[in-house]
Design a protein around this ligand. Structure first.
Ligand code: GLA
Ligand code: GLA
Length: 682
């Protein structure tokens, strides 16, 4: 990492004073009577809960009208939690403005690109750039911070909630005004802006800053750089809200760490969390499984990237689900063992706290069918018994608290600019899925039993890795091109794909043949892209097949070998996968979408020159994911059975912290079971 992150992780302490992993949930006591509160504390203790997030959606309860405040109930529950030995991650309660505020000030409501107002009635109906909203929100933060800064239950501040979950893109007049100021800071002069936005095209030249607008609904494709800048601005506008709240918290409550919950998930692309990570005292993430063939891989990918964003320091899993969610088209429950396995996979990737949405399943409201730690059925339920058991497991894992993820030898670069720019409209194909391509590479590595780190492209010391995979790294500014080139020249093995290194930071094409920014290091030149129609595939001569994209590659460099060629399609008999050797290093280009299956075939050939081999026995590869955490004295080996089969792992040494069945000097993992072994670091 370039800049070290401060890590002020709010560890719970055991009775012996040692650190414990966090365990808990969002707790919404305002939905329940006081009798239920007492039951809640009792059950939390039974489950080993040591932290809850409180008051996330409590604004209307805390400030019932513009001039009245009601903190009595919060005082009471904070005291009860403290008496029960449970720490509080106290929300600033600004996520959802109350009806009196939106009625008095409808000008805080977000506006879509089509000019429609997003009305109150759900949540997060506020403009990130509204000065009126900001004033009211900060007033609330100030009240809460002054009142609870010294409360003994307080362990962390939780700014807002999932910033940008529903309101990342706001096209209102407030947004327009703040966007103009942002553009002035970025470009200083209108000439620079006109240049960056390429406004010579379609008569878009601006002669006054006041003419600039968000990319509202237009007659045809809005200017691509305007769109990209608006995405950058929208992420920054939310970050600015985070900073505004954080400053008050730091002023009034300097001893308590501040966080906000990120959403590192495929569907949440609006917030550049790599850019936000330095602004929080510890990184927190929310994750929900999207059911599908790669769901296990995606969970691991998200946890892995959260760790990358956190600079491989411990991070806080603020929310996931004990079982079903309520917001997908169909919401199946988790299978037995999945609650624990999903939780422990996050822990394997560096989470030092495991929390859920939410503690007690709501009886009313939009999320009443979303699972919780205490389900509708009550504590006499399989689910609650699993929750209690997980609490015990996390307690047994206390020795790992504070350890960091051990770096892998392979990295996958993840880049928000490329995600944003690569998927914009009016491109060679509208079918490109940036996250999916990155996930496919990760899936293939998992199947082959390799560890990899998923890391932010602009915050990573590439030299730490033997192999760097940069899928669809579309935006490559000059400094990054230089860094990648230097990496290869110094002996690194770079792998990149179709539609990578095509544009600079202004979304201007690097000219002279694609992929302009990395043409020389790859030793290839492409004159024209060959995207494929839906359903069309091409065969490669290594037995794989490609979809989505092909390229008409000419080999220009010396020392370029063709690892696979097209057998069918327009470019039959031309190269599909090339590798340029540079002495110790290499630069590989994959010109089509091979998917996880094809990449599983190709990857061994790409990893071999770097000498990267799997640490798992052959029969366990793909079935078991292994992740390592370490501290000064120990390595903690996590073995996670991803499959529904029993897997035997012979020849393992170390103390068993979380124990499956043993067999001689080995372990037998039941379906979905997890083992954690402690080994000496030396
Ligand atoms: C998000 C929110 C929670 C809840 C969950 C449901 O993570 O932060 O309030 O809505 O989703 O999955
Ligand atoms: C129309 C327009 C051109 C250009 C092409 C692109 O013909 O007149 O300006 O946009 O479409 O196909």
């Amino acid at each position: 990492m370039t800049a070290p992150l401060t890590s002020r992780f709010p560890y719970a302490k055991g009775s012996d004073g040692t650190r414990r992993l966090g365990y808990g949930a969002d707790y919404n006591p305002e939905q329940w009577s006081r009798e239920v509160w007492a039951d809640d504390i009792r059950l939390m203790r039974e489950a080993g809960v040591n932290v809850v997030s409180l008051a996330i959606f409590s604004w209307a309860r805390l400030q019932p009208t513009a001039d009245t405040w009601d903190f009595g109930w919060l005082d009471e529950i904070m005291d009860l939690l403290h008496a029960g030995g449970i720490g509080v991650d106290l929300a600033t309660a600004t996520a959802s403005p109350p009806p009196w505020l939106t009625t008095a000030h409808p000008e805080i409501l977000p506006v879509t690109a089509r000019g429609e107002t997003l009305w109150p009635g759900a949540r997060q109906h506020w403009r990130p750039t509204s000065p009126v909203f900001r004033e009211h929100a900060l007033n609330l933060v100030r009240r809460l911070a002054s009142r609870y800064a010294d409360h003994p239950a307080l362990v962390a501040w939780h700014v807002n909630n999932e910033l940008g979950c529903h309101n990342v893109y706001d096209y209102s007049d407030d947004a327009a005004c703040t966007f103009r100021a942002w553009l002035r800071r970025r470009y200083t002069t209108l000439d620079a802006l006109n240049n960056a936005w390429g406004t010579a095209f379609w008569s878009q030249r601006y002669s006054d800053w006041e003419q600039l607008l968000p990319p509202r609904l237009a007659a045809s494709h809005p200017n691509p750089t305007q769109q990209l800048d608006f995405k950058r601005f929208s992420s920054d506008a939310l970050k600015d809200h985070l900073l505004a709240e954080r400053e008050i918290l730091r002023e009034l409550s300097p001893d308590t760490p501040v966080t906000t919950n990120f959403m590192v998930m495929p569907g949440t692309k609006g917030m550049d969390y790599a850019d936000w990570a330095d602004e929080v005292d510890f990184v927190a993430n929310d994750h929900y499984v999207t059911p599908g063939p790669q769901d296990r891989d995606e969970l691991s990918f998200s946890a892995n990237l959260s760790s990358g964003i956190a600079g491989h320091r411990p991070w806080f899993l603020m929310e996931h689900s004990t079982s079903a969610v309520n917001w997908q088209p169909v919401n199946p429950p988790k299978a037995p063992g999945e609650l624990a396995r999903d939780s422990l996979l996050h822990v394997a990737h560096g989470a030092d706290a495991v929390c859920f949405f939410q503690w007690r399943q709501s009886a009313a409201g939009a999320e009443k069918y979303h699972s919780a730690m205490v389900p509708h059925a009550g504590a006499d339920s399989e689910l609650f018994r699993s929750v209690v058991e997980l609490g015990r497991t996390l307690d047994a894992l206390a020795p790992i608290a504070g350890s960091e993820r051990e770096p892998a030898r392979v990295a996958i670069l993840f880049d928000w600019d490329s995600w944003w720019a690569g998927e914009q409209d009016s491109h060679p194909t509208s079918r490109l899925d940036y996250h999916r391509e990155a996930l496919d590479w990760y899936s293939a590595l998992l199947r082959l039993g390799h560890r990899a780190d998923v890391v932010p492209a602009h915050r990573t010391d590439l030299s730490a890795y033997d192999v760097v995979i940069a899928p669809v790294l579309h935006v490559v500014p000059q400094p990054l091109a230089k860094e990648l080139t230097r990496y290869v020249e110094c002996g690194g093995h770079l792998v990149t794909t179709y539609f990578s290194a095509i544009v600079d930071e202004n979304d201007h094409v690097w000219l002279g043949g694609y992929p302009g920014a990395l043409r020389d290091v790859l030793g290839i030149r492409i004159e024209e892209f060959g995207p494929l129609l839906d359903g069309d595939t091409v065969d490669l001569d290594n037995g794989t097949s490609g979809s989505l994209w092909t390229d008409r590659i000419s080999v220009t460099g010396t020392d370029v070998e063709v690892l696979a060629g097209y057998r069918t399609g327009t470019y039959a008999s031309r190269p599909a996968v090339t590798r340029r050797g540079t002495g110790r290093g290499s630069a590989t280009y994959v010109s089509t979408r091979l998917g996880a299956d094809g990449l599983t075939v190709l990857l061994p050939e790409l990893l071999a020159p770097a000498g990267v081999t799997s640490e798992l026995p052959e029969h366990a590869r793909g079935l078991v994911e292994h992740v390592v955490r370490r501290d000064a004295e120990h390595r903690y080996l996590f073995l996670v059975n991803r499959s529904d089969e029993q897997v035997a792992l012979p020849g393992l040494t170390g103390d068993v912290l979380v124990a499956p069945r043993t067999e001689g000097d080995g372990l037998v993992l039941a379906p979905r079971q997890v083992a954690v072994l402690r080994q000496s670091a030396s």
